[in-house]
Design a protein around this ligand. Structure first.
Ligand SMILES: C[S@@+](CC[C@H](N)C(=O)[O-])C[C@H]1O[C@@H](n2cnc3c(N)ncnc32)[C@H](O)[C@@H]1O
Length: 282
């Protein structure tokens, strides 16, 4: 059984290594991050309460790689949901490829409005709460969708852990601050990591465990590197909103990108961290 499980996880890793660059650009960085953090995430999943034969909901499941991983490691059914129909198609195709259709299912749903079919043994949501306009509503929904004793496992970012040395040009730092401001409020929160424990406890859940998981890079960085492209690309996509919100002008953005690209190549230290939390429903 364990051998079968390991072989399936290995196939998933091989697929990730081969295919991350072929998925829609919105998800490429996520798949690379997924591949790079495999060992610590799998140890975390294994530490969750026993769910053999039960059901875990994967809220904001995206490409569904984590859904498959959880189904394999926890011997349970995983039901993933997402608002993006295109990414659900990808999730279904990958599940089909690995013959996992009996173990993972996907449906289109907004987790903030979805109604309870049957309470689950566990809920997982990874890198999703940062996008939500109402984190409180998310936790109420989680409470309503869990059996008594069920668990909620969350992983998300907090930009407070982001350190870059040498510091990027001022024009670039201004653009990043404008981006963070733009996402704050109705569009989510890039500092959500530090807030999740309190919101969860105030929603009536018990905090069982919490860890900070650092990820560090030090070395020569080039303007063509994927992490640099990704940082530019994500602000680029938010630009129309940022301009509408009066947070940035097109020429400021042009200058910021130009200065940022021109600051490479250089030896760069980058450190970031995600926060992982485990709650129990009393
Ligand atoms: C960064 S991706 C994370 C995907 C996945 N959890 C993982 O770790 O690989 C965030 C996902 O959340 C989804 N999402 C955002 N808001 C949502 C909502 N209100 N209901 C359902 N899905 C949502 C997005 O469509 C996207 O696929």
């Amino acid at each position: 059984m364990e051998e079968l499980q390991n072989a399936s996880l290995q196939r998933l890793d091989q697929w990730l290594a081969r295919s991350w660059s072929t998925v829609p650009v919105d998800y490429q960085w996520l798949l690379l991050q997924t591949l790079a953090t495999t060992a610590s995430r799998r140890a975390w999943i294994m530490s969750w309460p026993e769910t053999t034969g039960g059901t875990i909901l994967d809220w904001g499941s995206g490409p569904g790689i984590i859904s498959q991983e959880i189904a394999l490691l926890k011997n349970c059914l995983v039901v993933g949901s997402d608002v993006d129909p295109n990414v659900l198609e990808l999730a279904q195709a990958v599940a089909h490829l690995f013959n996992m259709e009996g173990h993972v299912r996907f449906k289109k749903a907004d987790i903030l409005n979805d109604t309870v079919a049957e309470p689950a043994d566990g809920i997982v949501s990874r890198f999703v709460t940062q996008y939500l306009p109402e984190a409180q509503r998310f936790f109420q929904q989680a409470r309503d969708h869990l059996k008594p004793g069920g668990f909620l496992a969350l992983e998300d970012i907090d930009d407070g852990y982001l350190i870059e040395h040498p510091a990027p040009p001022d024009t670039w730092q201004n653009a990043v601050r404008a981006f963070q401001q733009s996402q704050a409020g109705p569009g989510g929160d890039r500092f959500i990591g530090r807030k999740l424990a309190q919101i969860g406890v105030e929603s009536g859940l018990e905090l069982a465990d919490m860890t900070v998981n650092p990820s560090v890079f030090a070395g020569e960085m080039n303007a063509q590197d994927l992490s640099v492209q990704f940082d530019i690309d994500r602000i680029n996509r938010a630009l129309p909103t940022m301009i509408r919100q009066g947070l940035m002008t097109e020429s400021e953005w042009y200058r910021a990108q130009q200065d940022y690209r021109a600051s490479f190549p250089k030896f760069t230290f980058v450190s970031s961290a995600s926060i992982r939390l485990l709650f129990r429903r009393p």
